[in-house]
Design a protein around this ligand. Sequence first.
Ligand code: DHB
Ligand code: MG
Length: 624
Amino acid sequence: MRTSIATVCLSGTLEEKMQAAALAGFDGIEVFEQDLVVSPSSPEDLRGLAAELGLSLDMYQPFRDGVEVAPEDFPDSLRRLRAKFELMKRLGTPVLLMCSNVATAALNDDQAIADQLRQAGDMAAEYGIKLAYEALAWGKNVNDWRRAHHIVELADHPAVGTCLDSFHILSRGDTVDGVESLDPEKLFFVQLADAPLLKQDILSWSRHHRVFPGEGDFDLVDVLTRLHECGYAGPVSLEIFNDAFRQADVHRTAVDGLRSLRWLEDQTADAVRAAGEDPAREPLVLVDLPDPQPPRAWDFVELRTSKLGQTTRLLHQLGFELAGHHRSKDTVQAWTQGPVRMVIAEDLEASLEQPTRLAALGFQVDSPDDAAHRASRLLAPVVSRTQQPDETVLHGVVAPDATEIFFGPHTDSGVPPWLEEFGADPAEATSESLITGVDHVNLAQPWQHYDEAVLFLTSLLDLHAQPAQEVAGPSGLVRSQVMRSADETVRIPLNVAPTAAEQGAYTGAAYPEHVALACTDIVAVARRARRRGLTFLPVPENYYEDLVARFDLAPDVVAELREHGLLYDRDEHGEFLHFYTATLGEVFVEVVERRGGYRGFGAPNAPVRLAAQYRTWEEAAGTI
Ligand SMILES: O=C(O)c1ccc(O)c(O)c1
Ligand SMILES: [Mg+2]
């Protein structure tokens, strides 16, 4: 599958966009007119740069309001077109995108529009250029792809074909049914864009909220499956108008984009195979990724800290025991409790303000090698860690929020081989404990990399995004979306904190992450923790009074919750009891007990937590 990306997706200068597209591994680009007009480089220079970078310049776009115009205005369209064809000849771009008319449409007759397209095609042919007619969803008269394609067929000119753009089709609630039986000779170009389902006018939705495939709600596997069946031979190009991408680092956006196409290609190959067809059939050859390796178990959670004593005391208060010091790494120790392993890395260079943070998550998978190979095809940056020859090789990649993700081997006992490097006795490692596992790990995401993070976790870890929720805190709304593995072994709620909070001592940058530990007797865990001096996050009395009103709990139940500082929630499947520790640097711990089949994460209690954390910060900062 030939891949391409429109320069409008990327930030920076045209030259930077080209460099980034080439470095990420795209085969070509669509040159957006505005990017060229503002560039000091001549078309010949740009053509030379593209050749040097090994990029093809697949399309020049957009040409607006060129057809469907009143007959007296058409000569001016042809004049403008000739200027573009002259430019494209110098640039070496073979296709011009002709958008359906949004402003000056005067014709609404298919045959009359086809006549104009045919004349434009005659001129294009003089230059050896092709015209790809695209129905914009907000086109005045032509706004659906079927009609645009019908007009292309009526034009019946070898230089006139169709451009399909998934956004314009799916945003209108239309389908791609029938694309599979189009004449591939008449399909000149394909643009793919995903988008979240929003209730908003289509133009603003398109110009601000498009995202890469897999980051929104459209079924692009269906689109690509039909293109494969059709025999489409051109590039599959990303055309994403997105406010965040325009501000983000150009290299990471380009990588995110190519990752989305490789993932979509893999998904489509599976769908094509399931339908009894051959994904490798020419011309749209779909290449698979190595099979996904869904996490079979949590391997470890790693905290990095410059306050070793404070951090290990917290672990002790929660019932963890030191499994040992790493035999070759001076600064690394492992703490375990039942099946939970916490790796603590001392980092004296960690910032003084945020001395402790969640640094890495380890997952056990069936084939760590395949997981690493898949990650590499998905362009995940690799973590490099020093390793002795006799130590377990853990493949690590860096997630968009800078959390390191490691793939370790899954063993029958669940005890990972690397634990021996800490001198731990595997038999002790599985002994009975109050803490029974990692319930979930909550990661804070910068808003501008949120979609990238969802795609990263979906494509690398085979996690699935659940519907998003919003939680109110004193500094703003926190968006929360759970990513989970199919069997729920791994649950990662992602939070987007309010950016640049203008009030309060905490800012978006310091929004804390947390590790939630599962147990079957939360009162026993809380009691032990209190005896060992744990600082709990305080829960206000008002909360308990409200609980009684909401759930009609028996007085002794509420008294027990209050005594141990526990929070409570209930759904149709069961109950949820939990407590939070005070925050260390950027991380805190939650302990949860699920009774029955409770499926949530205590979201109704999140505002209580946010408010208590806010007060704690304010008190520490001396502002209240
Ligand atoms: O929003 C636009 O104007 C616009 C331009 C060119 C395209 O290919 C497109 O899909 C949208
Ligand atoms: Mg388009």
